[in-house]
Design a protein around this ligand. Structure first.
Ligand code: FES
Length: 247
């Protein structure tokens, strides 16, 4: 998932030794993906503007200091990018470990449904243990189950803002915001103690689809486990796929 292309001018660069030509304005992440190179990511998504918050898509660029985020870095002519060095994977493991220190998963093994991208990434990066103590999220975790279709479990939230951006950019609803800064930041539906039900939320489900950690999860999945088949709905009010519109 990645930022969109914006120009007809072509740029040629090298990613992990492969020559790649893409339109000017393409992100390094998209250029990599278009040449079959999978860069780890959590906050980027195909449908959304890049945000650059999760720090998993870090790459090395010849002649540049530091480790820029590939989702918010545009390609330039002759750029030489590495996406898979030992150093990068070590940094990514550290980032995932920090997220997981705040995440009440009982095990590091993903359940295979692909919905918890954080656990999938931990698995891919061969992260076998989390050294840090559980953080504040884990302690406070009150699940907001006010919405009839989905629950929000703040303890699983990594504040990647994909739900906020999905709400704004896909749905145009602006029901969700990121409150606070840094470690104290949190996704919030409205002000103070507002729940999802009190908010402007129209239960479209765009946030649930966007969430990479199952912090936002359909009630059905919470109660009955993952469905064996999924229903695609075209209902304008609900992307959750409830049976109301399935027939
Ligand atoms: Fe680039 Fe999250 S995917 S910073």
């Amino acid at each position: 998932g990645t930022p969109k292309r914006t120009s007809d001018t072509q740029i040629t660069l090298e990613i992990d030794g492969q020559s790649v030509t893409v339109p000017e304005g393409t992100s390094v992440m998209r250029a990599a993906m278009e040449s079959g190179i999978d860069v780890p990511k959590l906050c980027a998504s195909d449908m959304l503007e890049p945000f650059g918050s999760c720090r998993l898509c870090l790459v090395e660029i010849e002649g540049r200091k530091g480790y820029p985020a590939s989702c918010t870095t545009e390609v330039s002519e002759g750029m030489q990018v590495s996406t898979q060095t030992d150093k990068l994977n070590q940094l990514r493991r550290g980032v995932v470990e920090l997220y997981l220190s705040d995440h009440p998963g009982e095990s590091l093994t993903p359940d295979g449904n692909g919905d918890d991208e954080l656990l999938e990434l931990a698995d891919k990066l061969d992260l076998t243990e989390v050294r840090y103590n559980k953080g504040r999220n884990h302690q406070m975790a009150a699940v907001d189950d006010s919405n009839p279709y989905f629950d929000f479990d703040a303890s699983r939230c990594i504040v990647c803002s994909r739900c906020v951006r999905a709400c704004n950019e896909v749905q145009g609803t602006f029901a969700l915001t990121v409150d606070g800064r840094g470690f104290a930041s949190m996704i919030s539906a409205g002000t103070d103690d507002d729940t999802f039900l009190d908010s402007e939320c129209v239960s479209c489900g765009a946030c649930v689809q966007a969430c990479p950690t199952e912090a936002l999860i359909e009630k059905d999945v919470v109660e009955k486990g993952m469905p064996e088949r999924s229903v695609t709905t075209t209902c304008a009010y609900c992307g959750v796929g409830c049976s109301f519109n399935a027939e």
